[in-house]
Design a protein around this ligand. Structure first.
Ligand SMILES: COC(=O)N1C[C@@H]2C[C@@H]3O[C@]2(Cc2nccnc23)C1
Length: 130
C-alpha cells in the first residue's frame, strides 16, 4: 500500500493515453517512429537527441517519466528537432515545422485540460524527492 507508487501508476496510465491520442492523429504520423537513419543518413549528425512518440510510449512503460512536465519536455524535443532539421522554405519543410508546432500545442493543451493540476504537483513533489 504505497501511495507514491499508486500516484506514479496513475500518471503512467494517463501518459499512455496521451501517447495514443497523439500517435493516432494522422497529422502527426511523421513523429510516431524514429527518423530512419538508413533513409536519412545525416539525421544523427544534425540531431543529437532524436525523439519520437513510440520511444516515449516505451519510456512510460520503463517508468522514465515521474511527472507530466518530463513528458512534455520530450514532446518539446520532438518539436525542436523537427524545426532544426527541416529549416528550408520548401513546402515540405514548412509543413513538417507546422505539424511539429501543432503537436507541441496540442500536447500542452491536452495535458492542461485533462490533467488535475494538484495531481501534477503531487507527481513533481515525488520526483523532487527521488
Ligand atoms: C520528424 O521527421 C523528420 O524530421 N524528417 C526529416 C526527414 C527528411 C525527410 O522527411 C524525413 C524522413 C525522410 N525520409 C526519407 C527522405 N526524406 C525524408 C522526416
Amino acid at each position: 500500500y504505497d501511495t507514491e507508487e499508486h500516484t506514479l501508476r496513475e500518471l503512467r496510465i494517463f501518459l499512455r493515453d496521451m501517447c495514443k491520442k497523439l500517435a493516432n492523429n494522422r497529422l502527426f504520423f511523421m513523429f510516431t517512429k524514429p527518423v530512419d537513419t538508413e533513409e536519412v543518413p545525416d539525421y544523427t549528425t544534425i540531431i543529437k537527441k532524436p525523439m519520437d512518440l513510440e520511444t516515449m510510449m516505451m519510456k512510460v512503460d520503463f517508468h522514465k517519466y515521474e511527472c507530466a512536465r518530463d513528458f512534455l519536455n520530450d514532446i518539446e524535443l520532438i518539436c525542436q528537432n523537427a524545426l532544426e532539421y527541416n529549416p528550408a522554405r520548401t513546402s515540405a519543410d514548412k509543413q513538417i515545422r507546422h505539424r511539429a508546432c501543432s503537436l507541441r500545442d496540442y500536447a500542452y493543451t491536452l495535458i492542461k485540460t485533462e490533467m488535475d493540476s494538484d495531481f501534477e504537483d503531487k507527481c513533481q513533489e515525488i520526483a523532487k524527492k527521488r
